[in-house]
Design a protein around this ligand. Sequence first.
Ligand code: AMP
Length: 124
Amino acid sequence: MSYTYDSQNIFAKILRGEIPNSTVAETDHSLAFKDINPGAPHHVLVIPKGAYVNFDHFSGAASDTEILDFYRLAGKITNDLGISPDGGLGYRVIGNSGEHGVQDVPHFHLHILGGHSMGRMLPK
Ligand code: AMP
């Protein structure tokens, strides 16, 4: 597979420090920050620092170290926010990819949403 990464996307600019963000946590390979237009009381975006377009690009091309770092950080944030079902009331993780996934920013990211019931994922 060949993926084309747009280095002018807004998350690339955040990673280069060209635009501000509200950082929640940072590691060597990943960054977590508050979504600028939150869809729930807690809405955090987790991104790898590497130039990956979407979920399948990241999953297939990132190093084991990057993947481990990313998922460990995403999981830790649910605990830090107090929304893990282990002590909290749960959350939803969303990853949009491509046109049918309605991905707006072409830098791989997961949304972590919580703080109230998220309702059913899709209408039945
Ligand atoms: P997606 O549709 O999955 O690509 O989601 C992109 C998300 O990025 C949306 O929820 C936006 O609100 C969020 N977003 C866009 N620009 C910024 C920004 N500068 N800082 C934080 N979140 C942003």
